[in-house]
Design a protein. Structure first.
Length: 178
């Protein structure tokens, strides 16, 4: 053994379930709303790829859309009846990400300060909105929040269509029902 290195031996004693550092596996509990969303990750990734074209056609960058999605939660209305149930986007928390979305919009392409693209600090899009009378931070934020809510609901509808086409809608409704 090289000089200066020492080894220490340790033994593992038998511990009961209550004494372990690793918590025991969860026993079956009723499903919470987040559990059904955790179980559809594959469908979400497929919808993300398809939905990317709609995001590109919107006023949002992909980074801004990512912020939107962090603020949106999906719920299933009427999960007890899969024929009438539907996924809805809860957009009540969108206002919490709007300041960050504005900051992202004002960044340059490499994350630094934006250049003087339109003669104002808001960039080209801001200049166009101002020229059309749509400028102003509160009005612009409200319009952007409404657009985000519409896109989030369109995403929810595509997600439901994906689940239905995969034959998983019934089981997802059952999971959401708890």
């Amino acid at each position: 053994m090289p000089r200066g290195l020492t080894t220490r031996r340790f033994t593992v004693e038998h511990r009961t379930e209550r004494e372990t550092l690793i918590p025991p596996a969860r026993k079956h509990q009723s499903m919470s709303d987040s559990d059904w969303t955790d179980r559809i990750a594959g469908e979400r990734m497929a919808v993300d790829q398809r939905f990317n074209e709609q995001v590109k056609a919107s006023s949002f960058s992909s980074q801004q859309w990512g912020l939107v999605m962090t603020a949106v939660e999906f719920e299933i209305e009427n999960p007890g009846d899969p024929d009438t149930a539907r996924i809805v986007a809860d957009t009540s928390k969108l206002s919490s990400v709007m300041p960050e979305m504005e900051r992202v919009a004002n960044q340059g392409p490499m994350g630094g300060p934006g250049g003087d693209r339109s003669g104002s600090s808001g960039g080209l899009l801001s200049g166009v909105k101002d020229a059309l009378g749509l400028g102003g931070s509160s009005g612009g934020d409200k319009q952007q929040e409404e657009e985000a809510a519409r896109l989030a609901q369109a995403y929810a509808e595509q997600l439901q269509e994906k689940l239905e086409s995969n034959g998983r809608w019934q089981s997802v409704c059952e999971q959401a029902q708890g």
